[in-house]
Write a protein that binds this ligand. Structure first.
Ligand code: COA
Length: 416
């Protein structure tokens, strides 16, 4: 079966995580993604946090599957010539260099367009064009701080906290992938390429929009009813950190289960969804709360929500997180165990769905990666190993029309 993006050729000028996450996704769906890397070194993540000597690090292999690797020194005249040919033959070029790097290399947007008017140039930067900080280089946590995630994450008595989720990196890459697919769709109608730009700050903020919602509600009311600070605590004029409170209208919290004293993940997330109040009371053995006016509306529960959570913890004390979920699921209560990475790695459901995949790599051996979180009825996503540095250099050059002698000369000149 042919893949949906088969025939789309992508110059993958990306490194670290934000760009590679985007191009990996497009490669899974069938695009021919040619990762362009500096000869000798390649993407810095090939050697970052290695756990097997001389093999590519998991940081690289887990973000660059299904791609081809071309080594190319684009600061040499010969390297620029190869890139020029590649630009003429490709549909998309993705890059996440520091601000201005592509221009300094001699490949401005105007020049790229003159070489290939159909080209889609997709860029990730820390901040958007024209932003006061547009000159800054940015990594994950910098973006989380600038995008509103850090100031609103963590506990109220602790400092701003970054999330383990790659809101700045992979999330920005996913936004960029949507932008690229949109531009490809528009090109079908117009025949023209365009520039697609996504900033890490904007992408983080896009996921933090409910916190901007809360700022406006706080400005208007002076309090936020769903935050743990209400009704007993104090609010200032900025959205506070809400610990593990739910971001919507349903109060929720992380609750201790049997074994929490020694197991750091013996917890569940429990949500008190309004219309599930009766089943919750039944599940907890508290049928008298169902019609008790002191409990039976969200408003009535508000000032004792932490007493209710404390009661649920006493109910959970003799149940493991999995036993608790098995009971609560029968009552239709929105809840889940807090899963450790070890549990996720070994979860049979995630293996079965292809979300956690085992890949065989020629140097690293077998490793786990995260497969496509997007499931299709008519597309099968097969995850293959990431390429070795320069594994496809000669193949890509031959595709571009270089003869064997010319390829040898490019190697001798250290341009590839
Ligand atoms: N051949 C020759 N030179 C190459 C090359 C190649 N194949 N690939 C990259 N380079 C050069 C670039 O031309 C640039 O040179 P210059 O600065 O002399 O013009 C340099 O390598 C790369 O610079 P830069 O991208 O700024 O790397 P860095 O390691 O200093 O910074 C980041 C890394 C991630 C902080 C920076 O790239 C950045 O801010 N990117 C945008 C936001 C982003 O994506 N952040 C990371 C998310 S994971």
């Amino acid at each position: 079966m042919s893949k949906p993006l088969e025939g789309i050729k992508i110059i993958d000028f990306t490194h670290v995580q934000a760009g590679p996450a985007c191009t990996q996704l497009l490669a899974w769906f069938g695009a021919d993604v040619i990762k362009v890397e500096r000869p000798g070194a390649g993407d810095v993540t090939r050697s970052q946090l290695r756990h097997v000597k001389d093999a590519d690090a998991l940081y690289f292999t887990m973000l660059n599957s299904n791609k081809r690797s071309l080594t190319l020194d684009t600061k040499t005249a010969q390297g620029k010539e190869v890139l020029t040919k590649l630009i003429k033959e490709s549909d998309v070029m993705v890059e996440n260099f520091g601000p201005g790097a592509l221009d300094r290399m001699g490949f401005t947007w105007e020049h790229i367009q003159s070489l290939n008017p159909g080209m889609i140039l997709a860029s990730v930067k820390g901040f958007s064009e024209g932003h006061a900080y547009e000159d800054l280089k940015v990594y994950e946590n910098v973006a989380q701080c600038a995008g509103g995630a850090a100031s609103t994450t963590g506990f109220w008595d602790g400092p701003p906290t970054v999330s383990a989720a790659a809101l700045g990196d992979s999330n920005t890459g996913m936004h960029l992938a949507i932008g690229i697919l949109t531009a490809l769709h528009q090109k079908v109608k117009t025949g023209k390429g365009q520039k697609v730009a996504v900033s890490m700050q904007d992408s983080v903020l896009n996921l933090c929009r409910v916190k901007l919602r809360d700022q406006q509600r706080l400005d208007a009311l002076g309090y936020l009813e769903e935050y743990p600070q209400y009704p007993h605590g104090e609010f200032s004029d900025v959205v506070p950190r809400g610990g593990n409170a739910g971001g919507g209208g349903q109060p929720g919290w992380v609750l201790k289960c049997k074994g929490w004293e020694t197991d750091p993940n013996a917890y569940i997330y429990f949500t008190i969804q309004g219309h599930a109040w009766a089943p919750i009371c039944k599940a907890l053995g508290k049928p008298e709360w169902i019609d008790d006016a002191a409990y039976n509306t969200a408003e009535a529960r508000q000032d004792k929500i932490f007493d209710i959570f404390a009661f649920i913890e006493t109910w959970l004390a003799d149940k493991t997180k999995f036993e608790a979920i098995d009971i609560l699921r029968k009552f239709d209560i929105p809840c889940a165990p807090v899963l450790s990475m070890k549990e996720i790695a070994n979860d049979p459901s995630l293996r079965k769905s292809g979300t956690v995949v085992e890949v065989d790599h020629p140097k690293l051996g077998k490793y786990l990666t995260v497969g496509s979180p997007i499931k299709f009825s008519d597309v099968e996503v097969e995850i293959t190993a990431s390429p070795l540095l320069g594994q496809h250099t000669n193949e890509v050059l031959a595709d571009l029309g270089y003869s064997q002698e010319e390829i040898v000369a490019l190697h001798d000149a250290k341009a590839v």
